[in-house]
Design a protein around this ligand. Structure first.
Ligand code: ZN
Length: 109
């Protein structure tokens, strides 16, 4: 995947991951683990095909793969320290070294 495509994917994740974080907020931990386990097959077989422009050459719809990545990042955001991926960072609780909180502090300084 090129840097431009990664940047575009990250822009989408900046919207999709917070929505997914909110969606799974009330889920029990075992449901989040089940979602993560279910995502493994989709991501492992479909993530490299996101860049494919011809839909007929993709085994999985691009939207399903990107939604699965967003759901997985949301699940990881609930883990201590959150998750950093492709330059984006998502977390649901304050933690040491959080790039989002550091950026917010620098913006107000
Ligand atoms: Zn953080």
């Amino acid at each position: 995947m090129t840097d431009d495509r990664t940047a575009l994917l990250l822009i989408g994740m900046e919207v999709m991951v917070p929505m997914s974080i909110a969606e799974i907020a009330d889920w029990p931990e075992e449901d989040r683990h089940a979602a993560a386990a279910a995502a493994v097959d989709v991501i492992s077989s479909g993530a490299d095909q996101i860049a494919e422009h011809n839909p007929r050459k993709r085994e999985l719809p691009r939207g399903r793969v990107t939604a699965t990545i967003a759901r997985s990042l949301a699940v990881l955001a609930y883990q201590p320290g959150g998750v950093t991926w492709a330059g984006g960072h998502w977390c649901t609780a304050p933690h040491e070294g959080c790039p989002r909180r550091r950026a917010a502090t620098e913006a107000t300084a």
